[in-house]
Every structure is written in structure tokens, then in C-alpha cells.
Write a protein that binds this ligand. Structure first.
Ligand code: SF4
Length: 223
């Protein structure tokens, strides 16, 4: 490992230790994994055999290989990307809200343990707030922000515009290139038909202790 990577990892580890303490005071289960491989193993350890699993839009859970791993199991998988029509996609998203374990990430997290999620349709934030029995949230340390205000700003001014470019390739969805942020890279608080920011949810406590399990990962993941 290069000197630079070692230094960054050390910093991530120290920072994560404090965030985990703060998350636990908010009744989240919280863990730190040094890399994506460890994070996948940790996530899988929370998923019971024969249970049902689903997920919301997240680059992180795909890029760490968690979804590929899930597909190698005998779990009951509820995957909206298997839908052939938009109606079917919405129906699968509704079914996701009653799954046993829901996988996702956050757009940003503050050092004191509040995380922010932006959602266009609302399926992801609905699942986080209520429905699935367990939420497993994988968050790269690149998403850590000093304050809740910084986390909101990151979600709004960085994550959402970047996501506009990502979802534009999905033929079932409207063309988010038409959002102002997809053109300028800056949020203009739009009300366009394609707006991806209908819901901006801050989660500051886990009402059912341990229902939301947060795995911080010492890598830059997602955006
Ligand atoms: S311009 Fe619209 S879609 Fe883009 S980040 Fe702002 S509110 Fe969201």
C-alpha cells in the first residue's frame, strides 16, 4: 500500500471511530470496514437464509459487488431492474417496502451521525423510514461531512447533479438531462417534471433500535 493510501486510511479509521460512537447514541448499529470486500461480508452476515432482499438506487451497493453476491444466494430477490414496463417497476418498488432486508446507501452523512437521502419518486426514503424489517446502509467515507448543513449541501449540490447523469441511461425513466443541474452541474432548486429531488430526508435517529445498520467503508464509494 502506498504512503498516501496508508495516510488516508488512517484518517478514515479515526474519523469513523468517532462517527460510530455518535451513530450508536442515535440507536443505529454502526460498523467500520476497511474496504469493500470486508463490507460485503459484513452486510451478508446480517441477512438470514431464505429471507427476502431488495434495494433502492445506489451506485455503492453495486460497485462493492454486494448485488452480484446476493444473486449467488437462494435469497428471495425483489429487483425493480427486472421490470419490463414502468408500471411493473413501480409494482416491484411497492413490494420492496415489505422485504426483510433493504440495501441502500446515503447521499451524505454528518460527523455527528445524521444522514441525508434525496429521492425523486420516494421509494428509497420510504423504505429507510418504515417498512422493511432491516436496513443495511453502506456508506463510503468520501460522503462524510462536517455538519448536517454540509451533508444537505453535498446531497443537493453534488450527489443529485451527478446522479442526473447516471439515471439518464435508464430507458424506463424520464430524461434527467433536462434537469438544470444535469446541464450546469449546479442545483437550481428546480420544479421540472424530471426533478429528482422531490424528497430530501434527514435521518437523525433509529426509532426501532438497530433496525438500520450502517457500515462505513474506508474507500471512496458512489458519489
Ligand atoms: S436542479 Fe432540480 S433535479 Fe437538480 S439537484 Fe436541483 S432540485 Fe434536484
Amino acid at each position: 500500500m502506498q504512503e498516501k493510501d496508508r495516510a488516508i486510511n488512517k484518517q478514515y479509521e479515526l474519523s469513523a471511530a468517532q462517527i460510530i460512537k455518535n451513530l450508536r447514541t442515535r440507536k443505529f448499529e454502526a460498523y467500520y470496514c476497511q474496504n469493500r470486500e470486508e463490507a460485503v461480508e459484513k452486510a451478508m452476515s446480517f441477512i438470514s437464509e431464505k429471507s427476502s432482499v431488495s434495494w433502492g438506487g445506489s451506485v455503492t451497493i453495486h460497485e462493492i459487488g454486494l448485488i452480484d453476491r446476493i444473486y449467488k444466494t437462494n435469497l428471495v430477490i425483489i429487483d425493480r431492474d427486472k421490470a419490463k414496463t414502468i408500471e411493473e417497476r413501480f409494482e416491484i418498488m411497492r413490494q420492496s417496502l415489505l422485504c426483510d432486508t433493504y440495501l441502500t446507501s446515503a447521499n451524505a452523512i454528518s460527523e455527528d451521525g445524521v444522514f441525508v437521502n434525496i429521492d425523486g419518486v420516494g421509494n428509497r426514503v420510504a423504505a429507510i423510514t418504515f417498512g422493511p424489517k432491516n436496513i443495511i446502509m453502506i456508506i463510503g467515507m468520501n460522503k462524510v461531512c462536517k455538519t448536517v448543513e454540509d451533508a444537505r449541501s453535498r446531497a443537493r449540490n453534488y450527489a443529485a447533479p451527478t446522479n442526473a447523469h447516471r439515471v439518464s441511461v435508464n430507458p424506463l425513466l424520464k430524461m434527467p438531462e433536462k434537469t438544470p443541474c444535469a446541464i450546469t452541474g449546479i442545483c437550481s432548486n428546480c420544479k421540472s417534471d424530471e426533478c429528482m429531488c422531490s424528497f430530501i430526508v434527514e435521518t437523525r435517529m433509529c426509532k426501532i433500535p438497530g433496525r438500520i445498520k450502517i457500515i462505513l467503508v474506508g474507500e471512496a464509494l458512489g458519489f
